[in-house]
Design a protein. Sequence first.
Length: 652
Amino acid sequence: MNKNAIDTTLPKNLPLLLKQSAERYPEMVCQAAKGSDGKFVNYSYKDFYNTVLGLALAFKQLNVKKGENVALISDNRREWLLADMGLLSIGAVDVPRGCDSMAREITYIISFSGCRIAIFENEKQLYKVTDSDAEMPDLKTAILFDCDNMAEAEEKAKAKNLEVILFSDLLAKAETLVTPESKKEIEDGMEAIDPNDNATMIYTSGTTGTPKGVMLTHRNYIAQCEVVKSILPVQPGEMWLSVLPVWHSFERAIQYFSFTFGSGLAYSKPVAPIMLPDFAAIKPQWMCGVPRLWDSLAKGVIKAMKKAGGVKYAMFRFFVSVGAKYAWAKDHVTGRVTRFKKYPRFLDFIKGIIPFILLWPLHGLGELLVYKKVREKMGGQIKAAISGGGALQKETDNFYRAIGLKLLEGYGITECAPVLSVRNPRYPRPGCVGEIFPCADVKIVAEKNGIPTSLDPLPPGKTGLVFAKGDQIMKGYYKQPELTESVMYEGGWFNTGDLGMLTVDGEIKITGRAKDTIVLVGGENIEPLAIEIALNSTTYIDTAVILGQDQKYLGALIVPAKETIMAYAKENNIPHASYNELIDTPEITSIIMNDISKRISASNGFRTCEKIFKIKCIPEPFTVGKELSAKQELMRYKVNELYKDEIATLWM
């Protein structure tokens, strides 16, 4: 841990952090949210803090106690953070979940957490509870951010013996409650919140089954806030465009980082028709997204340019190619090459200096004609964007590097609240997930079948389990001490379950998930993630899922790139009655297998045992809540359940 990176001026808990920020930056924009006319309305730190104080008092009048669990079922929006900080300011613990969650998940979480009060985004989320047969004996009150039919909501809630309250009514009441005396009451209570008190309980997204309640404390978040300024050069008054599910630990941490910087949060949605106009309106300097979002944006730009066709598309392709080669050369000249073995940096310099000089004029021309115009689609003022919540495809990474947009891949896990590493924007190195966060320690240990065989650290370049320790590691899993014990090791080390390696410069590269490892009958261990990332960037494939546990060879479920497949069929006069029929034709199977063979080859660093021998195409794209988790990670157990018949054909 780098002690010099720690900001010792930060307070001990999150409500006091907000109070400090409101005192330091009273007139700075804290939040920007759309009003009824669709235009953004700004809310200052002073206004936000005063509203939080009022809400804290209103929650106290609802008899919310210190340490009490309160469900918060909503996507990212201004009211989410108000409710969050209102609850935290009286020492309560929020239990968040997103609107894409299934009814059984929400009812399980509310019941298991013993929530007496639940806050819902709208009546649709409430009905997941009222229409369920699940027992939730503790739940007595439902608070709604929005409601189009209050009479129906109250009627359904009454059948479950629930009282319904509108959040707008709570806000109106909150305005009348703040006095000098009541303000002092709440602020005195803030001082009494211990750093090791729970701030939230985030249930894992369920990629492997029943969600686990990860207990995260005020200290878990403050430890990261203390060091984030040493990594991200965010200035007071700068804006973040918030599009990720705010209940998830990655975006959640960003909300608190924003307080630390004195920056603002503008709320949008991760869909292009909404997000692109919001870029133009806010002109943000910072943004976070998952790999699928960045891939979708890049493909959207490429698709638009391809549609334009002619000279414009040819020029675009040429300069993106130039930009990628220039970025490669610049990395070598400036020492931005990821090293897994130690060697003199000047060797990279020698390799890169001539192409760097030769490409510099063309790159400058590309900046004038192409790169700047593409970046302007994202508001034109982005300093850096962060990708987290999954592995970033190499081609996507290269595209943004080519156009001069800093896309900083990071790595974390909910149990670590969540950030363990992020590429340094001052010298981002591709091929890794960045430098270890200054508040954390990370080591790689030897493993077999996901079980550590030694706790001694492996040297750089050796693959093993990623272990982490530090003040940001969770308190444990709620009411599941045996599960907590299974991941915590001597000396406070937490087993992330991820496979990775360290670079000689102290960065991390993630290679897969230990529990996802496929073992063929020949004993070969295969990490499917690396293969899937390679395939997901090919011409005819949208999504690939690699399978083969206890089989002789690997197979794959493939979601084809529908528009590309349809265009190919039209150009080649392939007869078909429907798209579902088309994707099973020998012609389409052949071009997809050809794509796979080109990518998964020895020349690209893949072993013979990693070759895909058979595929089965799936017509519909994967969706959140079905095959994908809220942070758009593949839920393999769901895929195995949903497509068991299709999977069986891979080894027939």
